[in-house]
Design a binder for this molecule. Structure first.
Ligand code: URA
Length: 244
């Protein structure tokens, strides 16, 4: 990796603002490979170096990924233009300005929403070519029918002039409470699919995205970091290698 400025690397790792990092450096609290670095413009390769701040080792990572249980009432955005953005749910230690949501959930939709800082990962996870499965739990105004199952499975629903890819509708004991697996992410897709069948979605929750399941113990509004195994699986699913 190319050499980077100390203040840039530490800012990326969430140590603080440039000003705060400058202060830490001036106070002699930052070491790189055991040497005290007082100049925050010092350049080094973060992948090849041991960094400590106030005696605590820092591990360099190119990107960060969070799994958020989005509650209803928040907009899938990082800017507070048309409502409260999902980034308002992030605790201070996770506040940064390069988060990107992976796909969109409507304001009234709950469930699994990934946030990443990796633009290429985001691009692939949301591109139809990679057919990443998204599973939704939906509560409907009227019972879903075996005919709905057949119509969704053939991909014969047309939205915005284009046929949808085949989708799997799973009927449970109560056909008003269903699961739907889709492999693309059109605007309001699930609601519009049921609307095309003369039905209406009353409640919607995304319960899985690719290999990731919404954890049962993750309350709405809560989040957790992805594990290294989950990150590997996610990158692998879209033909990418994890960047260190
Ligand atoms: N489909 C919808 O209609 N809304 C969502 O939020 C997600 C998928």
């Amino acid at each position: 990796m190319a050499k980077e400025r100390l203040d840039k690397v530490l800012g990326h790792l969430g140590v603080g603002t440039r000003k705060e990092i400058h202060r830490l450096a001036r106070a002699g609290l930052i070491t790189v490979d055991g040497e005290v670095i007082t100049d925050s413009a010092f350049k080094f390769d973060p992948l090849q170096s041991r960094i400590e701040v106030d005696g605590e080792p820092l591990h360099y990572r190119a990107h960060f990924h969070l799994l958020l249980h989005k509650p209803a009432g928040y907009i899938t955005s990082t800017k507070d233009r048309d409502g409260i953005p999902i980034t308002a749910l992030l605790p201070e230690e996770w506040t940064r300005d390069d988060w990107m949501p992976v796909g969109r959930l409507d304001k009234d939709t709950e469930g699994l929403l990934l946030l990443t800082t990796d633009g290429e990962l985001l691009h692939r996870l949301t591109h139809p070519r990679w057919k990443v499965a998204k599973r939704y739990y939906a509560e409907l105004a009227a019972p879903a029918t075996p005919e709905d199952v057949a119509v969704f499975a053939t991909g014969s629903i047309v939205l915005d002039g284009e046929a949808l890819q085949p989708a799997e509708l799973r009927l449970g004991a109560d056909p008003r409470k269903v699961e739907l697996v889709i492999h693309e992410g059109r605007y309001h897709q699930v609601k519009r699919m049921f609307a095309a069948r003369g039905n209406q979605v009353l409640y919607l929750r995304r319960v899985a995205f690719g290999l990731l399941e919404l954890p049962h113990d993750l309350e709405p509004g809560a989040l957790r970091e992805l594990s290294p195994e989950e990150i590997n699986a996610l990158y692998e699913a879209v033909g990418l290698e994890v960047q260190q």
